[in-house]
Design a protein around this ligand. Structure first.
Ligand SMILES: *Cc1c(COP(=O)(O)O)cnc(C)c1O
Length: 352
């Protein structure tokens, strides 16, 4: 607290990211990073971009990256917006599209940054309860609103909505922007980018942090109708003209050009997820169906905080959310490398 702060800073409740521990040799399964190193072609592209040109500002439009994304998804370049991680893309979406008279709707159990952005930009919102199975029910998204956002698959549950459920939300809300945050879609879902040319109110966000193993490079993007993208560009160009540096632009472009690495990485994660799911099941955990690179689970005999604490003592970090109460006994476990997943299972077996 300081007298120098703007008045509203006192009341902000900032997002608390998953811990990035400094200790070596931890089994880190708490922030949904990819278990593999990024594509060697990405590293090579970063090396090739690290030269005297760093003297110059990067392309403010990151055109090469937008072109690569547009080509990959079969849309036009002016339907693509890029930012410094999808968190920044989301920030511009909240300020540029969701600051409306009516409240924003999002699930009560979801990515906790949404609430933080509502606080930052003074946006009214209404949490919509997940159903008894911790799933999103599209029928619950028909109240008057100034926008709708949800991750698909949802975080931290991992549950996936099929595209026809998303279409029903879009059809019920033709006058609202519906944002589908697809941070994890590559691990088991169909992207709603396939729908953007039919729904001018649909905006899809994705990140290179999870399925392309580039959390450290900070690259996210949105795809949607040209008019929505134009609104976001207006915000971005009133905030930071150069959100992506030269190295990130080169890395992102190379990532979309190495389909082989991408497919192998996804397959590994999906396979490991299913192996881990079966093993947790065998240990007595209730595991929600997951289309993401993490599993959300609880053990009927043990409190979530206890389990997370016991794992930590063994040098294994998973994510545990104290709130809301409904999920306080759940652990969100990132699917790691096979050796990491084995270490997790051994530690759990010992504890149980
Ligand atoms: C990880 C995550 C993001 C943010 O990704 P960055 O691109 O790393 O900022 C956004 N939404 C959800 C649901 C996430 O899990």
């Amino acid at each position: 607290m300081s007298k120098f702060w703007s008045p509203f800073v006192r009341d902000l409740e900032p997002y608390v990211p998953g811990e990035q521990p400094k200790m070596a040799r931890l089994v880190k399964l708490n922030t949904n990073e990819h278990p593999l190193a990024p594509s060697p072609k990405v590293i090579e592209a970063i090396r090739a971009a690290a030269d005297e040109r760093l003297r110059l500002y990067p392309d403010p439009d990151a055109t090469e990256l937008k072109d690569a994304i547009a080509t990959y998804y079969g849309v036009d370049t002016d339907q693509v917006f890029v930012g410094n991680g999808s968190d920044e893309v989301l920030a511009h979406i909240f300020f540029g599209l969701f600051k409306q008279d009516r409240p924003l709707l999002f699930p009560d159990i979801t990515y906790s940054f949404y609430k933080v952005y509502c606080g930052l930009y003074d946006i009214d919102y209404r949490p919509v309860s997940l159903d008894d199975d911790l799933a999103i029910d599209p029928a619950d998204y028909s109240a008057p609103n100034g926008g709708i956002i949800f991750p698909n698959p949802n975080a931290p549950t991992g549950r996936l909505l099929p595209l026809d459920a998303i279409e029903s939300i879009l059809n019920a809300n033709p006058d609202s922007v519906v944002v589908v945050d697809e941070a994890y879609v590559d691990f088991g879902g169909d992207t709603a980018i396939a729908l953007v040319n039919r729904y001018p109110n649909l905006l899809v966000t994705q990140t290179l942090s999870k399925s392309r193993a580039l959390a450290g490079a900070r690259i996210g993007f949105a795809v949607g109708d040209v008019a929505l993208i134009e609104g976001l560009e207006r915000i971005k160009n009133s905030f930071n003209s150069y959100p992506l540096d030269r190295l990130a632009i080169a890395a992102g472009k190379a990532a979309f050009e190495d389909e082989d690495w991408f497919q192998r990485g996804r397959e590994l994660v999906i396979e490991e997820r299913e192996t881990l799911r079966r093993a947790l099941d065998g240990l007595g955990f209730e595991v929600l169906p997951s289309a993401a690179n993490f599993l959300f689970c609880r053990h009927p005999g043990h409190a979530g905080a206890k389990l997370a604490g016991a794992l930590r003592e063994q040098g294994i970090i998973v994510r545990h959310f104290g709130k809301p109460e409904r999920i306080q006994d759940y652990l969100r476990i990132t699917v790691g490398r096979p050796d990491q997943n084995r270490a997790l299972l051994e530690a759990l077996q010992q504890f149980l």
